[in-house]
Ligand binder design. Structure first.
Ligand code: ZN
Length: 150
């Protein structure tokens, strides 16, 4: 049996190797570009919002393994959720990767996202892991066309 840490690394490797929802979206409701100048990560997040729900989500761009895997996992967990639920997951994920206290229930709710807990030990990596989430948050909560972690 693999250890929990190995399992988490496997999730990140898998999503980096074959990212999910990695495509341009035709006619998205919102598309926002996200930059992490520190590492060079650069993605565009596409959202189709229908009746307060995230009907579809996709992304394209390039960056390090952590940033790409995080965008991929994010796309799989927010798809089909309400905007409110997605924003709630953003809050929980942000607490996790910045090393703020999280309850067991929160970690359980995060599921595969818990794979990124280890980045809280590496401040530079926190921006890689949270770039896609900040970009999605901007798409849901503002009219910004682009966001930067700097
Ligand atoms: Zn990065």
């Amino acid at each position: 049996m693999p250890s929990v840490r190995e399992l988490y690394q496997e999730i990140i490797l898998d999503h980096n190797r074959s990212p999910r929802n990695f495509r341009r979206m035709e006619n998205p409701t919102r598309s926002v570009e996200g930059f992490n100048p520190l590492c060079g990560d650069h993605y565009t997040i596409y959202l189709r919002i229908d009746g307060g729900c995230i009907a579809d989500v996709s992304f394209e761009g390039a960056g390090c393994a952590i940033s790409k895997a995080s965008a991929s996992v994010m796309s799989t967990v927010v798809k089909g959720r309400t905007v409110t639920e997605a924003e709630d997951m953003f809050e929980k994920f942000h607490r996790l990767v910045t090393g703020k206290p999280t309850s067991g229930a929160d970690v359980e709710a995060l599921g595969k996202l818990a794979a990124f807990a280890g980045v809280s030990e590496f401040p530079a990596r926190v921006k890689c892991a949270s770039l896609a989430w900040h970009t999605m948050h901007a798409a849901l909560s503002s009219d910004a066309a682009s966001v930067s972690t700097e």
